[in-house]
Ligand binder design. Structure first.
Ligand SMILES: Nc1nc2c(c(=O)[nH]1)N(C=O)[C@@H](CNc1ccc(C(=O)N[C@@H](CCC(=O)O)C(=O)O)cc1)CN2
Ligand SMILES: Nc1ncnc2c1ncn2[C@@H]1O[C@H](COP(=O)(O)OP(=O)(O)OP(=O)(O)O)[C@@H](O)[C@H]1O
Length: 184
C-alpha cells in the first residue's frame, strides 16, 4: 500500500473510535510510555498537541507539568517546525491546519530531549507515515541527538509502511499492547 492509501485507511479507523475509547486507550499508551527508562531520565520532553484522533497527550503533558519536566510543543514556520515550552494549554492557540500551537514563550533548544512524535501509521520495523509534510523527517535530520518514542493505537500498526529515503523511524513505538524497540 502507498502512504496515501495508508492515510485514508487509518483516518477511517480513527473516525470510528469514540471520544471515551480514545481517552481510555490514550491513557494506557501514555502510562506505558511513562514506565520507560527514557521517560524517567528525561528532563526535557518534546510532545505534540494532538488533533484529529491522534493518541491524546493529556496524561503526558499533565504528568510532566506536575513532575517538573519541561514540555515543548511544535509550531510550524513555513517548511520548518520549531519547539516552544508551554506550562499550560492556555499558552496555545489554533495554528497550522487548526492544530494548537504555542503563542509565545521560550524556544526549546535541548539536543538530548525525549521526543514523543505523532504519526498516522507504523509497521513492526517502526517505519512511519505522517500527514505527509515531512516536518519530523526534516527536524530529525538536523537534531540527531534526540530519543524518539511514537505512541500509536493498535489499529495504526499496518503490515508495511513504504520506506522513502528521507524517512527517520522513531526509536520506539508504543501501543496499548505492544512495544517495538530499535534494539531487540
Ligand atoms: N498534533 C500534531 N501536530 C503536528 C504534527 C502532527 O503530525 N501532529 N506535524 C507533523 O508533521 C506538524 C504539522 N504537520 C501537518 C502536515 C500536514 C497537514 C495536512 O496537510 N493536513 C491536511 C491533509 C491531511 C491528509 O489528508 O494527508 C488535512 O488535515 O486536511 C497537517 C499537519 C507539526 N505539528
Ligand atoms: N530531510 C529532508 N530534507 C528535505 N526534504 C525532506 C526531508 N525529509 C522529508 N522531506 C520531504 O518531505 C516530503 C514528505 O515526507 P513524508 O511523506 O515522509 O512525510 P511524513 O513523514 O508523512 O510527514 P510528517 O513528518 O510531517 O508527519 C518528502 O517527499 C520529502 O520531499
Amino acid at each position: 500500500m502507498e502512504k496515501k492509501e495508508i492515510r485514508k485507511l487509518i483516518f477511517a479507523r480513527r473516525r470510528q473510535l469514540d471520544a471515551g475509547e480514545l481517552e481510555r486507550r490514550s491513557q494506557m499508551i501514555c502510562k506505558r510510555i511513562m514506565e520507560l527508562e527514557q521517560w524517567k531520565t528525561a528532563g526535557c520532553v518534546y510532545a505534540y498537541m494532538d488533533c484529529k484522533g491522534e493518541v491524546c497527550m493529556r496524561p503526558i503533558l499533565e504528568t510532566a507539568w506536575a513532575e517538573g519536566k519541561r514540555i515543548a510543543v511544535p509550531k510550524v514556520f513555513g517548511e520548518e517546525m520549531r519547539f516552544f515550552y508551554i506550562q499550560a494549554y492556555e499558552e496555545t492557540a489554533p495554528g497550522y491546519y487548526g492544530i494548537p500551537e504555542p503563542t509565545g514563550g521560550e524556544e526549546a533548544v535541548c539536543e538530548d530531549a525525549l521526543m514523543i512524535m505523532p504519526g498516522v501509521a507504523f509497521d513492526k520495523e517502526r517505519r512511519r507515515c505522517g500527514y505527509g509534510g515531512g516536518f519530523y523527517d526534516r527536524f530529525l535530520s538536523v537534531h540527531t541527538g534526540l530519543t524518539t518514542i511514537a505512541p500509536a493505537f493498535e489499529f495504526q500498526i499496518v503490515e508495511e509502511v513504504p520506506k522513502d529515503v528521507f524517512d527517520i523511524a522513531p526509536h520506539t513505538v508504543v501501543t496499548e499492547s505492544r512495544i517495538f524497540h530499535m534494539i531487540k
